[in-house]
Each structure stands twice: as structure tokens, then as C-alpha cells.
Write a protein that binds this ligand. Structure first.
Ligand code: PMV
Length: 359
């Protein structure tokens, strides 16, 4: 498939007004996307767990305009007008316009809220862009009712990607691959696809407890971070490594090899941050407490044999990953030994989820 396949056929129906509500979850990458070309084309393939509890709920209300020409919208966050979000949405609408030409005929009211605390350091761009893309696709499906289910989800992921790269992995569950990879049939740089490889029982309902180490604004945005992979001395090796790590992970998931899983996942997290530390300019997003937690997790795993591991996204928070069967003892360990390193002892219990939902 290429980009042109997402330009719609002439619409066969019209719709005056209405509204759609979708929720879309956040996701956490196991093999990380870091570095891109063109308009959100990933430099390497990635795979993520779709989350369940951390999500954005968006209502898109629409009203046909007298004079179509340019889209217009109001944006509300938790019911209150939020001007500061306008530039991001405007940019998104400008980029997707050619794929959803109907938007110029409508005035939209977008009302969005997150289930996770506002300044938790959890990026809402993935869940937010995915929820908005789902709402737009619901409207487009009304205008072109012959659209297939497969196309509906694929295009939602394609649009979400244009808003925020990793958002394309938030449309579906439970694991999603984004970016071409030899061993993942149907994988694409343009949209996320459900991971359809074998997954051993131990990896079902995997738990993710998110430790909120630092809730402040990041000093360096993901956009800038991705950009610093251009001309990065280790970029090519890193991209090659990501392909190899996805192959290793696929094998570990099929074989239920949790040690191999842990090795790939922790190495990916540290590599992501190593890329930040070795770019020019260099930067560090981990905090001292991030390292304290990592060391505690290693000690606990060594001592007890409980297969708990960590991953990081582009920030200081730590995602603690473990099989469901160990949930009670790992939570006890987290409460006893890790919460002291979290801001206001805050954490979020999450697990693998199924993707966006129409509400
Ligand atoms: O989608 P972005 O541009 O916010 O980039 C996300 C990058 C990481 O979270 C660090 C890795 C990933 O694959 O999600």
C-alpha cells in the first residue's frame, strides 16, 4: 500500500451534523521507535503493548458549514476551552486534509479528557491523536458506508501516525507493530498492524505499573530527539539492532522465553536513552530516581527469581512489566521499595489492552 490508497473515493452520502465518541489508550514500546524520515516515517520498526487504563476519551461534534473552504474547530479539554492545544490540532488537520477532504465542510467541537493525571509525564499525544483519528474515521464511514472494516482501522492508524508517530500503535491491541520488518507479514511504515505471531500464555494480560518519577515538562521533546538521530554516529547500527531485536522478541514471545524477553526489553530502554546521551547536543531524561528504581528491580529479580523488568519511554518514569501471575508479590515489592522514588508516591496500575473503543 502507499499513501495514495488513503485518498478517499468521492463521498456517496452527506451528513449535516452529529457526534462520535471514542476512547483510545496509550501504548508502551518494547522495541523503540527513535528516529524518523519524511512525514513520520519511522527509521526502524517498533512493537508495543497497547495499554488499557491510560486513555484519552474524545467526542467530536460536527456541523456542516454554509461556505466550505477551510475546516474550523473549537477545542475543549475536560469541558473547558483550551487555546494552547490549537496549533497542534491545526497542524494535524493541515497534514491530513488531503486524506479526509470532508473536514473543510465542517465546524468541529473536539472535547477531550484523559483518564490519567494531567501532568503525570505520560504523553497524551499517542492516545489523543488516536482517539481523534477514530472519530474522524467514524464520520468518513458515514460519508462512504461501503468502507471495509480493515480499511477503517488501517486508515485510522495512518491518520493517527500523521498526528504523532507512536499514536498509530494505539488504535488496536494487544501488541502492535509499526514499520516494515521482514518477519512481520503486512507490516508497514504507514500504519500499525496487530502483531499476529504466536504469544505464549505467560505474556497474556501482561501487567504494566507506571512509576511517576518526574511529572515535570521534558527538557527535550520527542520531536527534537528524533531529529537528533539524523547524523547521529550510531544511528545505522541502532536501526539494524532494532530489526534484530524485533526478531528476537518475536521468538521469545512464541517460545514463552521470559529471560529473552527481559533482555530485549531492558536493552531497548537503555539503548533509547543511550542514543539521547550520545547525540549532539546530548541530553539525559532519566533522573537519579529512575536509576535507583532500575537497580532495585535488578536486585529484586536476582534475589527472588520473579521475572519482573522495566522499560522507559522518552522521560524519567519507569514502566514495571511483569506477568499477571506475579501481580500480588510485585505490587507488594513496588509499594515497599519503589514508591519512595516516585513524586508524591504516585503510580498507575495498567495492563495490556485491546485498543480504541467506540463509546
Ligand atoms: O511518537 P513520538 O514522536 O512521541 O515518539 C515516541 C518515542 C518513544 O516513546 C520514545 C518510543 C516509542 O516507540 O514509543
Amino acid at each position: 500500500m502507499n499513501e495514495k490508497d488513503f485518498i478517499p473515493l468521492p463521498y456517496t452520502k452527506t451528513l449535516e451534523n452529529g457526534c462520535f465518541t471514542w476512547s483510545a489508550p496509550s501504548n508502551i514500546a518494547l522495541v523503540k521507535y527513535w528516529g524518523k524520515t519524511g512525514i513520520q516515517i519511522p527509521a526502524n520498526p517498533s512493537i508495543s503493548f497497547t495499554l488499557d487504563a491510560c486513555k484519552t476519551i474524545t467526542t467530536l461534534a460536527f456541523e456542516k458549514k454554509e461556505n466550505s473552504g477551510k475546516y474550523s474547530f473549537d477545542f475543549l479539554f475536560e469541558g473547558q476551552p483550551k487555546e494552547s492545544f490549537h496549533p497542534k490540532i491545526e497542524k494535524f488537520f493541515d497534514v491530513i486534509q488531503q486524506y479526509v477532504p470532508f473536514i473543510k465542510n465542517y465546524h468541529f467541537t473536539i472535547d477531550s479528557r484523559n483518564t490519567f493525571p494531567h501532568s503525570s509525564g505520560i504523553a497524551s499525544s499517542a492516545s489523543g491523536m488516536a482517539a481523534l483519528a477514530m472519530c474522524l474515521m467514524s464520520l468518513e464511514r458515514e460519508l462512504n458506508p461501503e468502507m471495509t472494516h480493515v480499511h477503517f482501522y488501517r486508515k485510522a492508524s495512518f491518520l493517527a501516525r500523521l498526528g504523532s508517530g507512536s499514536a498509530c500503535r494505539s488504535v488496536k491491541g494487544e501488541m502492535v507493530v509499526w514499520g516494515e520488518h521482514d518477519e512481520i507479514t503486512g507490516s508497514s511504515d504507514l500504519f500499525g498492524v496487530e502483531f499476529d505471531g504466536e504469544v505464549a500464555h505467560i505474556f497474556k494480560n501482561y501487567q504494566d505499573t507506571i512509576l511517576l518519577v518526574d511529572k515535570g515538562e521534558k527538557q527535550v521533546s520527542s520531536t527534537v530527539g528524533h531529529g537528533l538521530m539524523n547524523g547521529h554516529p550510531f544511528a545505522q547500527q541502532r536501526f539494524t539492532q532494532a530489526h534484530a531485536n524485533l526478531s528476537k522478541l518475536k521468538k521469545a514471545l512464541a517460545e514463552g522465553d521470559i529471560n529473552a524477553f527481559i533482555e530485549v526489553v531492558e536493552s531497548e530502554a537503555l539503548t533509547l536513552h543511550a542514543m539521547m546521551m550520545t547525540s549532539l547536543p546530548y541530553f539525559i531524561l532519566m533522573k537519579p530516581n529512575t536509576l535507583e528504581i532500575i537497580n532495585k528491580i535488578w536486585q529484586y529479580r536476582q534475589k527472588t527469581g520473579v521475572p519482573v523488568c522495566f522499560t522507559l519511554d522518552a522521560g524519567a518514569n519507569v514502566h514495571v512489566l511483569y506477568p499477571q501471575q506475579y501481580a500480588s508479590e510485585v505490587l507488594e515489592f513496588i509499594k515497599a521499595e519503589l514508591l519512595v522514588y516516585c513524586q508524591n508516591n504516585q503510580y498507575i496500575c495498567d495492563q495490556i489492552g485491546k485498543g480504541a473503543e467506540n463509546l
